[in-house]
Design a protein around this ligand. Structure first.
Ligand code: HMG
Ligand code: MG
Length: 304
């Protein structure tokens, strides 16, 4: 085990949103609430709870209002966030008392058109009002950029393209930019090339990395990101996840794998791996399929 590091790290648990948005079976709202409770019990503090999007676009999360009601009152030490693609979503989020919303665009026009029916340029116009309202309401806005390395429709994406989108989101007022590696094709050399460019202009502290684990590269990409100074990571319990508008995208990097790596490197995630695995096991039973996280599976085995 490495010496303890004093630096703070941030984990954003996206399981209830990114993790569940692509599941085949319909998951009752009470189950989602229980899943979130178990995630909180494991020590997670930043949780992306759901999204306020067009219900037909993401039917799995069309119960976002009901879930938000069940989550009341929000525990004072938990930071919930929700995805809001437009003003309509923003107003709903505010109605339920969320203090953080996330807007999402991409570095590829084909993907963002499929995902939110807007070009990248049009997405900025749609977000402008959200940023304006958020500033007035004291709401934090996180900006996602999807397809930062590869796009399912356009192939490899140039880091310069990502920088352009980051520039827009930072200028608009995003407090953190989550770099979405949507289809999990990246390898550490590509992460290095991207971060090399972004970190010439911006401090590492404004970025989070959001890896999907389709090719099993998620944790290697996290390691490279740590080496380059990134301290904010998105992940989902058990490796749940996928995006319906990104063919071939499998689950997110798993929170168990992330926590195992961070803690063995001397960071203090303040997360209990057995409790986290309990949350994943709960969802695994509901979903009726094996979750893929290696660390999660190892923890289950060690209980036998
Ligand atoms: P649109 O069809 O262009 O929207 O969709 P519209 O403004 O023309 O409205 C059409 C209908 O949708 C209207 O209803 C609106 O009221 C309704 P009608 O009058 O026909 O009855 N509508 C809404 N209803 C509820 N809440 C709303 C809302 N907005 C409109 N907020 C839109 C455009 C952006 C709305 C749609 O494409 C959409 O909701 N997309 C969301 C897609 C999504 O959630 N994708 C997954 C998340 S992104 C992701 O997973 C990547 C990430 O993880 C990072 C990574 O891995 O890269 C973040
Ligand atoms: Mg994602």
């Amino acid at each position: 085990m490495n010496a303890k590091r004093q630096e703070k790290i941030k984990i954003t648990e996206v399981g209830p949103r990114d993790g569940l948005q692509n599941e085949k079976i319909s998951i009752p709202t009470e189950i989602k609430k229980k899943f979130i409770d178990l995630l909180i019990e494991s020590g997670l503090k930043n949780i992306e709870a759901t999204s306020f999007v067009k219900p037909s676009a993401i039917p799995q999360l069309s119960d976002s209002a009901e879930l938000s009601t069940l989550l009341q009152p929000f525990p004072s030490d938990i930071h919930f966030s929700v995805l809001t693609p437009n003003e309509k979503g923003y107003h709903k989020a505010i109605e339920f008392g969320y203090k953080e919303v996330a807007v999402f665009t991409a570095a590829s026009n084909s993907f963002t058109k499929k995902n939110i029916n807007k070009t990248i340029e049009e997405s900025f116009t749609a977000f402008r009002e959200i940023f304006k309202l958020a500033q007035k309401d004291g709401i934090r806005v996180r900006g996602y950029v999807s397809t930062v390395v590869a796009c399912p429709y356009e192939g490899w994406i140039a880091p310069e393209k990502v920088l352009e989108v980051v520039d827009h989101l930072v200028d608009a007022g995003a407090y953190e930019i989550s770099l979405g590696e949507t289809i999990g094709k990246s390898t550490p050399d590509k992460v290095e090339a991207l971060l090399n460019l972004l970190l010439k202009k911006y401090p590492a502290k404004i970025f989070a990395v959001h890896f999907h684990d389709t090719y099993g590269m998620g944790i290697a990409n996290v390691q490279k990101s740590i080496e380059m100074g990134i301290r904010s990571f998105d992940s989902s319990a058990g490796g749940l996840g996928g995006c319906p508008y990104a063919q071939g995208a499998s689950g997110n990097l798993s929170t168990e794998d992330l926590v195992y790596l961070l803690d063995t490197q001397g960071f203090d995630s303040e997360i209990s791996l057995p409790k986290l695995a309990h949350a994943s096991e709960y969802m695994e039973k509901i979903l009726g399929r094996e979750l893929t996280s290696k660390t999660y599976r190892a923890i289950l085995k060690s209980k036998d």
